[in-house]
Design a protein around this ligand. Structure first.
Ligand SMILES: Nc1ncnc2c1ncn2[C@@H]1O[C@H](COP(=O)(O)OP(=O)(O)OP(=O)(O)O)[C@@H](O)[C@H]1O
Length: 316
């Protein structure tokens, strides 16, 4: 794709990925079940969900590797089913199971990739190979798992993709390598205004680099939002009453607008709130039951994730 076309793509496409009512089944069992999701162009999007939630299946469908049983998938403006070649030509993909050749060295891998890539950037690969300190004269079969991940990532960057899709890119990497992979790579790609869509179970690293998050469970979307907005609008309000609050009061609290869930332990009540927590707190303090303590607690992404999982298990 020429530079002109790249500019056109960027100026006309506001969503890098758009899933509408996506359904994917394995032998009649839904793995993705009516998933609608929009990933804005230029986002660093963390795709989260417990084991078996449908993340890898969703990613495979985006890449045209699996056909949807219902709904639609558009990637960089192209239909992932009927225009899968266009999609694959513009998307860099790396999974935890990377496809490298044990008998080849790094320069031999580069020669192969260069021959099949439309917009190969050797300088980018060299920079990352050197950043990771990978040996260029050894066969890849002698590399550790982490070194293989680092090479796979360097090669994906060399293909100069408009969208980078990474399925658990830091699985198997030590903390230093994880930091290098995510921080360096995200800074690099984000500075170019490209989009990164990555799945991970390491929520602290997602929190450190992502600006958007989507959480799925049982193939369905639970939440999709800008991370800052999510953290601003979802907080915990901890109340400590002077005396045990009557059951009717607890029921009233549970029903107040902005209260998503409530847990009680004796005189302590913990509310997960949505929206303006300050005004909710004032409403509660104006009620007739005396409070000893009122605390507003920020949630980190791990807290939010665990809370969403709990809410869903309770059949909210
Ligand atoms: N090839 C397959 N054949 C049959 N069922 C499958 C296949 N691949 C995945 N599944 C099922 O589809 C569901 C979603 O799996 P998927 O691998 O997409 O989840 P995931 O969110 O990526 O999980 P993890 O975090 O464990 O990697 C699971 O119930 C899984 O058992």
């Amino acid at each position: 794709m020429g530079a002109m076309n790249q500019l056109e793509t960027k100026s006309t496409i506001s969503a890098a990925i758009e899933l509408q009512n996506l359904e994917v089944k394995y032998g009649g069992r839904p793995a993705v079940n009516g998933l609608s999701l929009t990933v804005p162009a230029g986002a660093i999007f963390g795709f989260l969900g417990p084991n078996g939630a449908g993340k890898t299946t969703t990613i495979k469908t985006m890449l045209g590797l699996r056909k949807p049983d219902g709904g639609s998938v558009r990637v960089l403006g192209y239909d992932a089913v009927s225009q899968s070649l266009e999609v694959r030509g513009r998307v860099g993909y790396m999974s935890e199971v990377n496809s490298l050749y044990d008998s080849l060295t790094i320069p031999q891998h580069c020669a192969f990739c260069r021959s099949v890539s439309k917009q190969w950037n050797q300088g980018m690969v060299d920079r990352y190979v050197s950043l990771f300190g990978l040996p260029t004269n050894r066969k890849v079969g002698k590399f550790s798992r982490g070194m293989k991940s680092q090479l796979a990532l360097s090669l994906v960057l060399g293909s100069n993709p408009d969208l980078l899709i990474l399925d658990e890119p830091t699985a198997g990497l030590d903390p230093v390598a994880r930091h290098q992979v995510l921080n360096q790579l995200v800074a690099e790609i984000a500075a170019q205004g490209k989009t990164i869509f990555f799945s991970s179970h390491i929520l602290s690293e997602v929190e450190a680099v992502a600006d958007w998050v989507g959480i799925i469970r049982d193939g369905k979307l639970i939440v999709c939002d800008e991370l800052d907005h999510l953290k601003q609008t979802q907080k915990v309000l901890k109340l400590t009453y002077v005396e045990l609050p009557p059951a009717a009061e607890v029921t009233t609290l549970r029903g107040l607008p902005g209260v998503m869930s409530l847990e009680q332990e004796g005189r302590s009540v913990r509310l997960l709130t949505h929206g303006n927590v300050e005004s909710l707190s004032q409403t509660i303090q104006a009620r007739p039951h005396a409070l000893r303590d009122v605390d507003i607690v920020d949630l980190d992404l791990e807290d939010l994730f665990l809370t969403y999982m709990k809410e869903e298990s309770n059949g909210r």
